[in-house]
Write a protein that binds this ligand. Sequence first.
Ligand SMILES: Nc1ncnc2c1ncn2[C@@H]1O[C@H](COP(=O)(O)OP(=O)(O)OP(=O)(O)O)[C@@H](O)[C@H]1O
Ligand SMILES: [Mg+2]
Length: 287
Amino acid sequence: MHSSSPSGDLDPFFVFDYTPLDALDHLPADQRTTTYWDVEAGHRGPAPVPAWVVQDSGAVDTELGVLKTGKEADVFLLERAVVPPGGSPASCLLAAKRYRDTDHRSFHRSAVYAEGRGVRRSRDQRALARGSAYGRQIAAGRWAGAEWEAMRGAWEHGVPVPYPVSLDGTELLMEFVGDPAGVAAPRLAQTVADPALLQHLWEQAGTVVLQLAELGWAHGDLSAYNLLVHHEALTVIDLPQVVDVVANPQGPALLHRDCVNLATWFRGHGVDADAEALFAEAVSLAL
Ligand SMILES: Nc1ncnc2c1ncn2[C@@H]1O[C@H](COP(=O)(O)OP(=O)(O)OP(=O)(O)O)[C@@H](O)[C@H]1O
Ligand SMILES: [Mg+2]
């Protein structure tokens, strides 16, 4: 009945490829196994997950470099790649925005955006108020969480934001906006465009403001630095400070400032951009 020879033929059904667990401990310093399935269910991006997202649990993330260091977070370029046994290789580029939880960042300017947002645990409240190391870590996680929620809501509403892939503590992984070689799309502020394209970009920027207003939101820091231009299309980034226009007493003022910032930049580049008309339309959608 059974062939019990240790070297005998094994039923191919019971043969499988595997990666020994200790092999994963020996990845080079610039690599890690994918974090995609380590996070809570609500911390993976909305369905339908775009086909380009590598979801395989055997994938490996490789650090390709820094895209930009900022005041509050650093943004890195990652490649997530997998060669499934017997399957064809797949990879995608991701932008990893990592919030600082060290002394390097200041949270003073944050207060205005956080009005109307609750902090549940009183230990966290006291730590935040003291500005202790623990408090700074909580704050970094809260800003990452706030950006995650804003990006998810915006994506689901059709706002052109990078697809939010996952949130793991203070690290937010999102679609990389740029070319397949890893060159990031320029910010609007660095874009040289002809008048027709500038007009088109102003219309897109206005649409972003109105779409966010439909959600009751203002970006809160909208400028030519937080809009990327890729293939003549705008992508809006940097959303941790999104404010609820109604719940936040500063909401209408921040929405107005966003409209003025944008229109001022476009007017400076020869577009007949009307901040007050955009604000009037947006505020009527938001309230
Ligand atoms: N998804 C992305 N794809 C490509 N580049 C990105 C992406 N996200 C961020 N970047 C790059 O990283 C920069 C910083 O990102 P972001 O504005 O979200 O962070 P920040 O810490 O608020 O930075 P800053 O203080 O400069 O505003 C962007 O201006 C852009 O150049
Ligand atoms: Mg920014």
